[in-house]
Design a protein around this ligand. Structure first.
Ligand code: NZQ
Ligand code: ZN
Length: 400
């Protein structure tokens, strides 16, 4: 481990089949008015909504309905949520859903009483929340983002009047310690009704979070060993969950891995990359595609591109994660074989491996490249031309 750091995570987790009991313990800590935020209706179909409303009523709370949070939530929706929160003097925002609902709730939490334009303050300037913040609690129904135990929030802004730069942006912000969920309820059975497409997208999101942190730095770092363990567990459980989506053990392991992949623990002492996410988010801004699939479509071309700059780590990845035998092979061959194993695993899982499938067309590529932020923590700082090259490769159109 190199470098100094401070690690603190204020989110209280309730995990397991009876995790919702934790809501009864938490609710007395907050005032009467609860903004109940949820997505497009899955929680009503699978009965989770009813279970929660029953608990809220039993605890004497007033429910302020806030449904219709879309996947890849927009700034427009966040501002509507802020108005609702102010009008009803909301004491707690209870997010019931996946990363989109959790991210939205955090954005409303820090923006409702923000005196400036929250998009500019948080997403363009990346400032911390320094105004009154409404507490957030999460009941997770979709696994992958890690939003349940971090302060991150990713919001899309497609407003016509975005000043300067590209017309469509999907950006993340971390509002600081005060914006972490106060508590999160993680019941693996709540994920049983997820369609396979969403389940595997979430699984790849987890893998990507781990790899974004793994592929950085040259030092001997405990986090790298932890991440290799998380990857083993993820691959093992993914196979079991695809075979039987009701496999509680597999779904619970995936849920727990997701949380640890992005609650900052494994980032300690590391530079961390995040370029796959930067490209994926820019793709998302143009297509509104499912987050994990934007990552799967660009990952292999990206990693092939940076492999020569981080050869020893890619070799380690091949051997320690994909059990590639080094016998009689050069370092490059071992590293390449690791990526080939990863690609095969991704194809077997059923992930999207081509941007065209997500609706990306040639005329979008310049805008997507402009909307891709360049991060400096990985093995290669990309140029805009390299981003374009990776995008083209991800469409199966390299050298066109
Ligand atoms: O809207 P409903 O009807 O609820 O349907 C949702 C949605 O269509 C459905 N779903 C969720 N739980 C379900 C269910 N369907 C059946 N049964 C259930 N139990 O799944 C769909 C996807 O949900 P969503 O919340 O959009 O997915 P996810 O959790 O992948 O969140 C994606 C968002 O999180 C951001 C992404 O960019 C994207 O905007 N991220 C947030 C991060 C963070 N806060 O740290 C980091 C991530 O890298 C990511 O960028
Ligand atoms: Zn992600």
């Amino acid at each position: 481990m190199l470098g100094d750091f401070m690690y603190y995570n204020p989110t209280r987790l309730y995990f397991g089949e009876h995790a919702l009991d934790g809501l009864r313990e938490e609710l007395p800590k907050y005032g009467k008015n609860i903004q109940l935020s949820y997505g497009g209706g899955s929680v009503k179909k699978n009965g989770i909504y009813d279970q929660i409303v029953e608990i809220l009523r039993a605890c004497g709370k007033t429910v302020i309905e806030d449904g219709g949070v879309m996947s890849n939530p927009t700034m427009e929706k966040v501002l509507e949520g802020c108005t609702l929160a102010r009008e009803h003097h909301v004491d707690l925002i209870l997010a019931v859903g996946g990363g989109s609902v959790c991210d939205y709730a955090k954005a409303v939490s820090v923006s409702a009483y923000c005196e400036e334009n929250p998009w500019e303050k948080y997403y363009l300037r990346g400032e911390m929340a320094d105004n009154p913040v409404i507490p957030v609690g999460c009941v997770l129904t979709m696994v992958g983002t890690g939003s349940e135990m971090n302060s991150g929030s990713v919001i899309t802004n497609t407003a016509e009047d975005l000043e300067g730069g590209p017309a469509k942006l999907k950006l993340d912000s971390k509002f600081g310690e005060r914006a972490y969920p106060k508590f999160s309820i993680l019941n693996p059975t709540f994920t049983f009704t997820l369609p396979k497409y969403q389940m595997i997208s979430g699984i790849f999101d987890i893998m990507s979070h781990i790899l974004e942190q793994y592929f950085s730095g040259e030092d001997d770092n405990t986090s790298d060993y932890v991440m290799e363990g998380l990857l083993h567990s993820l691959c093992h459980s993914a196979a079991a969950a695809v075979k039987n989506p009701m496999d509680y053990e597999a779904r619970s392991n995936i849920m727990w891995t997701a949380t640890w992949a992005l609650n900052k623990f494994v980032a300690m002492g590391k530079a961390t990359d995040w370029e796959v996410h930067m490209i994926g988010q820019a793709v998302g801004a143009y297509t509104n595609a499912t987050h994990g699939m934007t990552l799967s479509a660009v990952s292999i071309p990206y990693y092939r591109h940076i492999l020569p700059y981080g050869l020893s780590k890619f070799k380690r990845y091949a051997q320690n994660v994909w059990n590639v035998s080094p016998d009689g092979k050069t370092d490059e061959e071992i590293a390449d074989e690791g990526l080939a194993c990863m690609e095969n695993w991704m194809r077997d899982l059923g992930l999207v491996m081509n941007l065209c499938e997500l609706g990306v067309t040639e005329d979008m590529l310049d805008g997507i490249a402009d909307g891709t932020l360049i991060r400096r923590g990985g093995y290669k700082v990309l140029t805009r031309e390299e981003v374009l090259e990776i995008l083209k490769e991800s469409m199966g159109k390299a050298n066109v």
